[in-house]
Design a protein around this ligand. Sequence first.
Ligand code: ADP
Ligand code: MG
Length: 531
Amino acid sequence: MVAGLVNALAFICLAGLLALVIYRTVIDGQALSAQIGPAIGLIGAVIVRSISQVAQERFGQLASARVRQRVRSELLEQWAARGPVNLAGRSSATLANHWVEQVEALDGYFVRYLPQQWLALLVPLSILAVVFWLDWLAALFLLIAAPLIPLFMALIGMSAERLSQQHVLEAGRLAGHFLDRVRSLTTLQLFGQVAQASADVTHTAEQYRAVTMRTLRVAFLSSAVLEFFASVAIAVVAMYIGFGLLGYIDFGPAPQLTLFSGLFILLLAPEFFQPLRNLAQHYHDRAAALGAADALVGLPPTEHGYPLRRRALSAGPRTNSVIAEHLKAGYPGRSAVLEDVSLSIDRGEVVALVGPSGSGKSTLLSCLAGFIQPEAGDVTLFGQAPGAEPVAWLGQKPFLIKGSWVDNLRLIAPDAELSAMHAALEAVGLKDVVAAQPQGLDTPLGEGGRGLSGGQAQRLALARVWLIDAELVLLDEPTASLDPESEAEVIEALLALARSGKTLLIATHHPAILAMADRALRLQDGRLTDD
Ligand code: ADP
Ligand code: MG
């Protein structure tokens, strides 16, 4: 903003010196060679202007980069506080869109709009002061024209804002829609629905286009209104100065107009409107940023009434067991899933958790992992609050990204050494599989572990558990979606994990896992009983 103001002041000097040089040579008949002083001033003003322009851009970019970085880290914190169970209701495409594009949409607001908002006030005021000193009647014309512009812009801007918010919404919807279709491509093909799906995508994209065009139309309309009023006002000032210089106007300060003051005012008049024009140009930045901000803060902390995860409490003394006492937990809008659950698992124990489907096994594991906050009762993992220290989690489907084997292992254990990775893969029985890969650990995998069998994918996920030093491993029906052969392989890997001294809690029905467990807990009607 300061740089922008310096820029405007430099322009005022430039216009004044230019008018002075022309006045002296044309009216006073001085030789051009006598104008060295003003000429040096002119060059100086041009240099100051260039420097301040660059400075304004640079500082704006810096500020915007910092703001975006902060917004991103706050988003991350929010997501972490909500936890995976709570976020499961949101499309990952929408979240990704927020993370990348909506945050990026804040850029223009901080680089351009915010400083311009102040410049649009300060620069016209300083120009008005100079013009007032030169000729108060000309200043009056400018003063009258100036408020009309913001007035009309505000009227148009209001609808622009609403449109822009719709635009953001539509973009998120398109992203989610498209991702859903891509993910279920196989299903669509099986049912012969590909043509229908592409028609759907076309339709949604068409809606997005329509909203975009409407937003643009309003943006163009607002700048047309602005240009019109600015041109009319400049023309009025020009006519006044022209007729004043010719001596046709006897009113007010007109007879005292000289070529210097007249030219000076004429040079300043467009510059008077320039900041407002810039503001109008950047107005869509504001609308876009507001739309994005709406989407970003649009997740209230307790959306759906889910309580937020409690922040990790200060570390207590370490103990040797995982303890839950009188745990009561559930989901909003329904009766508690866990009524009164107490359990105690010693370090190194392998405990199976059984119970009919829907009895709350996954819910109990989520409570222990800190993904959901119990309504009542206490959980401590070796003396710490859930979420204070990493726990390993493995569900029915492992989370594997598109990338190499190494990428997938590093996702959870960024600092792991290659030798440790090989050891982990050997422990879960994947050594031969890796050896058979064309590029070893650098062989690429598809999203969701495409290219691996279900059992191999699950064991790759288990290999991560070896790489991180989480003591508690929570497994939610790790073999449920596997064929018998893969099942046996995963159980083999689990056995190795159990022998390594980690504490395992496994929700399962599988007899082989039940056999390897030290004991089993049965969950029924929201309560635990020893099996
Ligand atoms: P299990 O893993 O033993 O099959 P869950 O813990 O997944 O059981 O589910 C217990 C109950 O909680 C079920 O009745 C289920 O419908 C409900 N439930 C699970 N997840 C949610 C959720 N995110 N929102 C609302 N209800 C849920
Ligand atoms: Mg479950």
